[in-house]
Design a protein. Sequence first.
Length: 317
Amino acid sequence: MRAVFLDSDSLDCGDLSMVALIASVAQWQAYGATQPQQRHERLRGADIAISNKVVLDESVFASIPSLKLVCVAATGYNNIDLAAANRYGVTVCNASGYSTPSVVQHVYAMLLSLYRRLPEYQKAVTKGDWQRSEQFCLLDYPMRELNGKTLGIVGYGTLGRAVAKVAECFGMRVLLSQRPGRGGPLGRIPLSDMLAQVDVLSLHCPLTPDTKGLIGRAELSLMKPSAILINTARGGIVDEAALVEALSCGQLAGAGIDVLLDEPPTAASPLLATEMPNLIITPHIAWASLESRQRLVDELQQNIEAFQRGESRNVLV
C-alpha cells in the first residue's frame, strides 16, 4: 500500500520516532504542509491518506479512486467529509485518547495561572514592583483557590472525565452539561442552568452544528462575574467577539483559550486585537506534548496495521 501524509509538520518537529509508522506500508511519502490545490496531485495513486488539518472533501474522494483509508492525525475530524467518504467506500479512522494527559495538564496550567494571577505577578517582578515593596511579599493581585469551587464541563468523553477527576483532587464540585441539542444521561443538567452555578467552565465537546457558537453573549451573561472560561476544544464553539466584550467589561473574570475560530489566526481576530491580563491565549498546543505526539504516531501506525488485517479500529465510517 502507498501512504501519503499531507501535513506532517503539524505533528513532527523532527523529535519523534516515525520508523514503525513508515514501516507499516510498502510506500511512504510525507509532505510538511499541503495547500488545497495540491491535494489531488499528491494523493494520486495513494491507498492511504493521513491528514491532521488538510480538508478532504467530496472532490478529493471523487478524484482519487485508489483511496481506501483516511487516517486523521487527531481526534477531531471536522476537516473530513464523512458522508462523501462513505459514498466512495473509503474508511476513515481517527485517533483517540493519545492527548489526554497533555490536555488535562494544559487546562489546569491555564486555570491555575489565572486563579493565581501568575502573568500579572511575573510582570510585576520584571518591572521591579516587588523590589520596591515595603513588605516581604507583593499582594497587588488578589488570588483565589480552586478548593470549594464549582467546575462545569461541556463534553464528558475521555477528556472531560479526566479533567473532572483532577478537579476532585483540588476539592472542586463538578457539574455536567447535557449534550447540546440532544439532552443527556441522568445527572446532567441543561447548559443554561449549569452556567449560572459554575466558577469554572471547561469545554471538551467536538465542533458540530449543535455546538457551533454554543457559548455566546447570552450564555456568557448567565455566568458569574468571577467565573473563568477554559476552551481547549474547538474555536468555533465560543463567540470570540462576545468573549472579548465579557472580559473587557468585567462580565467574566478570565479566560484560557487554546483554540481560535481561524487557525493560524489573522490580524482580524477579536481575541488578539488587544492585550488583556485576564486572558491567556496559547497556539493550539494543549494536545502537543512530546509524549502525546509520539502516542499519536503510534496510533496512526496501529490504525493502518489494523486496516490491513481487515480489523476495525477507531473507525468513524
